[in-house]
Design a binder for this molecule. Structure first.
Ligand code: SF4
Length: 289
């Protein structure tokens, strides 16, 4: 199958069979995001989705885990999603879980009964871009949710038996607010108990709407040392166990990952070494085209 746009899936889904069911993101307004800005969101024809399932099945594949792409597959109407889940179970009866990205709004648009139906039809893990624990930051970045909405909707999916995993971004609160964001995020994760959290530390793109705010002086990016300190503070405070943690500081080519609480000390030491190293040399922030 030809894939449109960038292949985008959480690191824990790297071995899943990626089944495209839509193109682009149905929201597409987060200021920092460049993933799908050049694409107009559309659902792929059901016939095309089924042809892909048939093709892969005829090749002899037997995936245990399937990831539905692209951005926010959970946002499609429930009957359509159930139709696709039914086709998956027909072609791949041994598939154990079907996972996808979702937004907080996608969840609030579904009834409790729809959430339970989707769970029964094979959906297991939802990946939510929580990004920040601070309401004013979520508003500034034009996320589609506030923090109270996130608490409410996560509780609904958990009651339906679904697993929630979170993405967030160190640096998203801007210069001088890293520790404040870490503390609010820790409070949020300690209450909502994600199974996995992934930090995609804020990467600066000239093509992102946020760049205009930086030029206009409305947003001052934190430097990478502050982002490392933010990551460190969060790791210190997380006490939802067990928790898989994966942190990417792409600008520094640094990854900090492990299972909490077992690997906490090792991860903190890695961050301490990086803070010491970059504190001395300093890092000029880079803007990708
Ligand atoms: S961050 Fe997620 S919800 Fe926001 S525009 Fe990008 S893909 Fe869409």
């Amino acid at each position: 199958m030809e894939y449109e746009g960038q292949i985008c899936r959480p690191p824990m889904e790297r071995s899943s069979f990626m089944l495209a069911v839509s193109v682009g993101c149905n929201y597409n307004r987060c200021k920092f995001c460049t993933l799908f800005k050049h694409l107009k969101y559309r659902l792929l024809p059901l016939e095309q989705v089924e042809n892909e399932l048939r093709r892969v099945s005829e090749l002899g594949a037997n995936p245990k885990q399937i990831f539905l792409g692209d951005g926010n597959a959970f946002g499609m109407e429930t009957p359509r999603l159930l139709y696709i889940l039914d086709k998956i179970s027909y072609y791949f009866p041994n598939c154990q879980m079907i996972n996808m990205d979702a937004t907080v709004t996608d969840i609030s648009d579904k009834t409790d009964e729809e959430l339970r139906q989707l769970r029964r039809a094979g959906v297991r893990r939802l990946y939510l871009g929580i990004e920040s624990g601070l309401d004013d930051v979520l508003t500034f970045m034009q996320k589609d949710h506030g923090i109270e909405d996130a608490y409410r909707q996560i509780s609904r999916i958990q009651e339906a038996g679904l697993i929630y995993n979170a993405h967030f971004m160190t640096g998203i609160a801007g210069a001088g607010r890293g520790l404040e964001n870490a503390e609010k995020l820790a409070e949020f994760f300690n209450y909502t108990h994600p199974q996995k959290v992934v930090n995609f530390s804020l990467f600066l793109h000239k093509s992102a709407p946020l760049y205009e705010d930086i030029l206009a002086g409305k947003f001052v990016p934190a430097d990478e040392v502050e982002n490392l300190r933010e990551d460190r503070r969060l790791l210190e405070l997380l006490d939802t166990n067990p928790l898989l943690y994966d942190g990417f500081h792409d600008e520094l080519k640094l990854r900090v990952w492990g299972s909490l609480p077992k690997d906490r000390e090792k991860m903190l030491q890695k961050l301490d070494s990086a803070i010491e190293k970059y504190n001395d040399v300093g890092i000029k922030r880079y803007f990708a085209p």
